[in-house]
Design a protein around this ligand. Structure first.
Ligand SMILES: [Zn+2]
Length: 217
């Protein structure tokens, strides 16, 4: 399987779905983190490449500005090209109700990029609809209420590897982020009898969601 995480910022993959990405990479799936902001040769881009390396994933940054990720034709075209070059079976991205404007914009950009891929005359090789999963966010709360996931991935056995990948982001306020994910993943884990869990919402952009697709399985 080919899994692409479409994220706003270089540390989002590690924070919100890092354990799940590690589990998929470990079982032989090809996993790529596509980050819309920063470039590969910037400080944060290099941290993204190192974090991905520690998780066994590929990574690429598309070069948009931090706090400037917005739903534009240029961003849609860039993401569309990134998806067509990778051909994902499964996508993880930010939640459409995410409080962070960059995160919210990524969902909008991804939705338009998918529609563009299917409906344009130059339809390209992306012929089946990838399954889409929205990830957790700050405090598991959105603009209109709490995040209500329908899939949970037990990441307890890869927790230390997830933390090691987060530590690649040396330029960031790590104590704040580490405390946040520790608490959130513990709360999600406790709800289902595991120590640490990451949570997702399966979103059908077109047609019916394929309920047989389970993250982390
Ligand atoms: Zn972010």
């Amino acid at each position: 399987m080919r899994l692409m995480a479409v994220m706003a910022h270089p540390d989002d993959g590690e924070l919100w779905c890092g354990g799940t990405l590690i589990i998929h990479a470990e079982k032989g799936d090809t996993v790529r983190i596509c980050t819309l902001s920063y470039t590969d040769d910037s400080i944060r881009g290099k941290e993204a490449l190192e974090g991905a390396r520690r998780m066994g994933c590929e990574a690429a940054c598309l070069g948009l500005g931090d706090t400037r990720v917005r739903d534009s034709d240029e961003a849609v075209e860039q993401l569309r090209n990134a998806m067509l070059s990778f051909l994902p079976d499964l996508l993880i991205t930010h939640w459409f109700d995410d409080m962070h404007p960059d995160h919210e914009a990524v969902f909008l950009i991804l939705r338009r990029a998918l529609v563009s891929s299917f409906l344009s005359n130059s339809i390209g090789p992306l012929k089946t609809v990838p399954q889409i999963f929205c990830c957790d966010t700050y405090g598991s709360r959105g603009l209109r209420g709490p995040f209500q996931p329908d899939q949970l991935v037990d990441v307890t056995h890869v927790w230390e590897r997830k933390l090691a990948a987060v530590h690649a982001h040396e330029s960031q306020p790590l104590p704040f982020y580490l405390d946040m994910i520790e608490r959130q993943c513990q709360i999600h884990g406790k709800a289902t009898g595991t120590r640490y869990a990451e949570v997702f919402l399966h979103v059908p952009l077109f047609g019916w969601p394929d309920d047989s697709v389970r993250l982390g399985a």
